[in-house]
Design a protein around this ligand. Structure first.
Ligand code: PFF
Length: 464
């Protein structure tokens, strides 16, 4: 334990070999940058649409507070204590046990998630230009459908996203991520508030808000909705795959990681909720809008209507998609950083690691691109009823991340030990007022709740 602590004491040596965050605020913005992304602005409203509105929102908030926040604290503690990538964090903390496999699952999930995330980030990139040029026209839904079905254009766009991400990682991540996040996150927030204020004055705003805020309680017992809420919460907070272990490994002992975790979870949730205040009022102001049919195109086929109705909408629309792309990039950076850190900590040089991981992800992204209309069997993968991109999202978000979260909570709560984690979090005189509550949540509530959801979902799948 002593050795582990000293391995990561970069508080005084600045940018030590593994790097470190420059300031508390910078770390919070970078971690919030990882958390806030397409999952909040694209994924959350889409899941609310599929999951029956306000019931999904309520279940989502419960998952964030009682399951994800404790796991976020656990990941940061494990990362900071070990000073390693996700695989190394388990190895260093409990050597000669198979626990490193939990880290390996996370690293694999990072590659899997990035393989479809970069496709959607490619869409946001293209929409910057589409907004400026006004080519979306009067039927944004049809335009979006035709655009995503263009395989070659979208392969290039997703490769462009991966190239930018890899370039940032190669050129010194910490300086880049931290500085950019400090500007981008507040800007994104302000723009969302402005858009929400505009959306609330649209004609359909009242029915949109009713759908968003009024729970249909019979959906409460729907385990599929609970599974989706849990998967979405893990995904949105970048949990269960070691992104926060990795970011925690660059954290100084002086930082109060518990307080930082509260900020990250709070900001992330606020951005997701705000995105709903934009998308639903706008959607319901359009005749024939059915949120359950929104699908992956929800924000791409809904928001252009809002922009078209606004003075200066082309610029505003372009600004929105610029910020969405930047928010996506701070997330792709953290997704790529996890497998990269895993290779670097195994002795590979950073350049080679970034290159190899990027190539692997690029190859895996191709079927996700082609599943949006270009290749028939990928648009409905046999036996699943889903297109390949959605299948990837379900496999990694709804399964791999909660399983990863389950393993992390058991490991930190029982194997490493909640008391040791609390000691780590209280290092350098940091306060942790709810420590006993946290220990209870991480030891009992998180594993039991996650296991329950996983088992019930599996039963439902095999029964149905
Ligand atoms: N949290 C990101 C989002 O909501 O878009 C996605 C993500 C990033 C998931 C990083 C996992 C991760 F490690």
């Amino acid at each position: 334990m002593e050795t582990n602590l000293s391995q990561n004491d970069h508080s005084t040596d600045g940018a030590a070999a593994r790097g470190s965050w420059g300031s508390n605020f910078g770390f919070i913005m970078a971690a919030a940058g990882s958390a806030v992304g397409l999952g909040n602005i694209w994924g959350f409203p889409m899941q609310v649409g599929k999951g029956g509105g306000a019931v999904f929102v309520m279940l989502y908030l419960c998952c964030v507070v009682f399951i994800c926040l404790p796991i976020l604290v656990a990941e940061l503690a494990l990362g900071r204590s070990s000073g390693r990538d996700p695989i190394g964090a388990f190895q260093v903390t409990k050597p000669a046990t198979p626990w490193w496999l939990a880290g390996a699952l996370g690293v694999t999930a990072g590659v899997g998630i990035l393989s479809f995330y970069c496709v959607i980030a490619g869409w946001t990139l293209a929409y910057i230009w589409f907004s400026l040029s006004g080519c979306v026209g009067q039927a944004p839904g049809a335009f979006f459908g035709a655009f995503v079905a263009d395989g070659s254009k979208n392969v290039l766009l997703s490769f462009a996203v991966l190239t930018i991400t890899a370039g940032i990682l190669l050129g010194g991540v910490r300086e880049g991520i931290e500085k950019a996040s400090k500007v981008m996150m507040p800007a994104l927030f302000i723009l969302l508030v402005l858009l929400g204020a505009r959306a609330l004055f649209l004609p359909g705003a009242a029915s949109g808000l009713a759908y968003y805020l009024k729970p249909d309680l019979k959906e409460m017992a729907n385990i599929a909705v609970l599974n989706a809420a849990l998967g979405q919460a893990f995904f949105s907070l970048s949990l269960g795959m070691g992104a926060m272990i990795t970011y925690g490994s660059y954290l100084s002992k002086k930082t109060n990681a518990v307080k930082a975790a509260g900020w990250v979870a709070g900001l992330d949730t606020m951005v997701a909720l705000l995105a709903g205040f934009v998308v639903f009022p706008v959607g319901f102001s359009i005749a024939g809008f059915n949120p359950a049919e929104g699908g992956p195109g929800l924000i791409f086929s809904v928001l252009p209507n809002l922009f078209a109705s606004m003075p200066g909408g082309a610029l505003f629309g372009a600004a929105f998609f610029v910020l969405l792309t930047l928010a996506a990039l701070t997330s792709t950076i953290s997704l790529l950083e996890v497998p990269t850190a895993a290779m670097v900590d195994r002795g590979w040089c950073r350049r080679k690691s970034v290159l190899l991981v990027t190539l692997a992800v690029a190859a895996m992204a191709v079927p996700s691109v082609l599943s949006q209309g270009a290749v028939a069997w990928l648009t409905k993968v046999p036996g699943t009823g889903m297109d390949f991109l959605s299948l990837m999202a379900v496999v990694w978000n709804n399964w791999a991340l909660p399983i990863g979260g389950l393993l992390i909570s058991v490991f930190v709560g029982w194997v490493w030990g909640a008391d040791k984690a609390i000691a780590e979090l209280k290092a350098e005189g940091n306060s942790f007022p709810g420590a006993r509550v946290w220990a209870f949540l991480i030891r009992y509530v998180c594993p039991v709740a996650i296991l329950f959801v996983i088992v019930m979902t599996a039963r439902g799948m095999f029964a149905g």
